[in-house]
Design a protein around this ligand. Structure first.
Ligand code: NAG
Length: 534
């Protein structure tokens, strides 16, 4: 309460008035004893202080958001929609003059300096009010994900009869450990529809992941419409691994993905992989090819056999068009140029290429990201290296003052098999069971903390061709990566985490997520405690 800012006083007094009326009308509902610190929240908040009572969420609850702040109102509406989906309760947002309101959820823009980053939030749950404070709507959005996890799907019998959902009371102070918490989806090896991507985005945002990197081109497919080079999608988008029909996003489709992600405060990072991994582009426009031959569409799973011709001006004019068109519809600050596994590009040509492409990306107002190999070029300290394979390259990037996205294949590749029984995935880097995916820290590889931008878990799609298979590889491991990048090391513990993870099963089931039922997790045991307050 202390940190409420002036802006919210209007709402605070309105609410107090409403509560005062309520007191007169009704006896306080008898709430169960709760323990906020025992609720299975993922990612684990920075600080949780339980007060052992509960807020009675019911039809007399209303949401109010800071005045004159549309973005906060949208966050309020988002919360109302998600609660409607979860418990079928309609909660009005900023409704005026309703005298049936007894309890209030405020989503409040605060200027408290206790909130250290734009994503920081405080959540106060009292008997008659819930207050979410944040400096930004983005922070409020992270806060409502926590609140969603605190609303029980079912309550105990007596309360259920009265249609009351008790939200455990107390205070949560939260802030992300890393600003960049990402996943990558390879839509090039196999294409995934806009709806599939939206479903993935929605699930990721529930766990406070804020970046989705889309791998939009590779040897097997080109997946985004480029108006000045239409054959890229007409020819290059026509197939995929295994030879089925591929697909691509029109620029309108891509904008829709960007919009949907932005609504969830998630940044989309487009990747056009080059100079290697470019067979599909060269089939569409053979002048791009580095070996002078006209290649055929490729439907296999090999890597490292294609390259652009790095010495031709026309190739850079082509890249300029591609980067310009995609940058124009990408509000986020980044453009990923791939740069991995250019095994048939000579080293000097590779360096020359990355140097030139970095300038093109900068000219179009973006920061370049590349897989760790790009650090061998003369890249700028403002560019970012995504460390996946070579510790030596990661070190080079640090020496150049670059920031690093931590994605070690051995720990963070979602396309690695869980174990020998895995139905999908590869195991060239490792088998990654659910505990291995969780039990590590981004700092343990000698990259200085100040260089670590965050963590990203890439999902390559050679072995998966539909959303169910995508979910099998991504879930539940991605939930662990969310905690790894949001929660501080001191708050992460496998034994504690695995119980909280088991408690995600009802949510995942409700979302129809076909997660891998890892034997490491006692999913059954938690079946009944999940989302239920007794
Ligand atoms: C790597 C390739 C990628 C492939 C993946 C499969 C990177 C940066 N490059 O060989 O194209 O799909 O492994 O795990 O990961």
């Amino acid at each position: 309460m202390k940190t409420l800012c002036i802006r919210s006083l209007f709402f605070a007094s309105l609410a107090l008035l409403l509560i005062a009326c309520a007191e007169k009308k009704k006896e306080r509902i008898a709430m169960p004893t709760t323990d906020l610190s025992k609720v299975s929240l993922i990612p684990k908040p920075l600080k949780t202080i339980p007060t052992n009572s509960a807020f009675a969420l019911d039809q007399f609850t209303a949401i109010y958001t800071s005045k004159n702040a549309t973005a906060f109102e949208e966050v309020g509406t988002f919360l109302a929609e998600k609660l409607k989906d979860k418990i079928n309760l309609t909660i009005p947002v900023n409704s005026e003059g309703s005298n049936s309101v007894e309890r209030v959820i405020y989503i409040n823009q605060s200027d408290s300096t206790d909130l250290k980053t734009p994503e920081a939030y405080q959540l106060y749950i009292n008997q008659d009010s819930i207050i979410i404070n944040s400096n930004t709507a983005e922070g409020a959005f992270r806060g409502i994900q926590t609140l969603r996890q605190l609303v029980p799907l079912k309550s105990n019998d007596t309360l259920a009869l009265q249609k009351i959902w008790p939200v455990p009371s107390g205070k949560i102070v939260d802030n992300p450990n890393f600003a960049y918490r990402g996943s990558m989806l390879d839509v090039a090896r196999h294409f995934f529809s806009v709806d599939d991507v939206k479903k993935y985005i929605d699930l990721l945002s529930y766990y406070k992941i804020n970046v989705l990197h889309l791998h939009l081109s590779d040897d097997q497919g080109w997946r985004i419409e480029i108006k000045s080079w239409p054959k890229l999608t007409e020819i290059g988008g026509s197939t995929e691994v295994g030879g089925e029909a591929g697909g691509y996003y029109t620029q309108e489709d891509y904008k829709e993905i960007v919009r949907y992600a932005a609504e969830r405060y998630m940044t989309i990072i487009p990747e056009i992989d080059m100079p290697g991994h470019t067979n599909a582009a060269s089939v569409s426009y053979p002048f791009l090819n580095g070996n002078g031959k006209t290649p055929k569409l490729y439907e296999g799973m090999r890597v490292g056999f294609s390259t652009f011709d790095t010495r031709k001006d026309t190739v850079y004019a082509f890249i300029d068009d591609v980067v310009r068109e995609i940058s124009a519809i990408t509000p986020g600050p980044y453009f990923h140029v791939g740069g991995d596994e250019s095994h048939v590009t000579k080293k000097n040509d590779y360096i020359h290429f990355i140097n030139k492409v970095e300038k093109i990306v900068q000219k179009h107002g973006k920061r370049m990201i590349g897989w760790d190999e790009v650090a061998i070029a003369d890249v700028d300290s403002t560019s970012i290296s995504q460390w996946w394979a070579s510790e030596e390259n990661a070190k080079k990037a640090v020496d150049k003052g670059m920031q690093i996205i931590v994605s070690p294949a051995k720990k963070a590749y979602l396309d690695m098999e869980y174990d020998t029984l895995s139905k999908f995935g590869l195991h060239w880097a490792a088998y990654i069971p659910v505990d291995t995916a969780y039990i590590w820290t981004p700092e343990e590889y000698g990259i200085p903390l100040e260089n670590i931008l965050g963590v990203e878990a890439p999902l390559w799609s050679e072995t998966i061709s539909n959303i169910d298979e995508l979910e099998y590889l991504a879930f539940p491991r991605i939930i662990g990566y969310s905690e790894l990048s949001w929660s501080i090391k001191e708050n992460r513990n496998w034994e504690d985490y695995k119980v909280r993870l088991a408690d995600q099963a009802p949510f995942l089931d409700r979302m129809d997520v076909k997660y891998y039922p890892s034997a490491l997790i006692d999913w059954k045991k938690s079946e009944y405690t999940y989302e239920t307050i007794e």
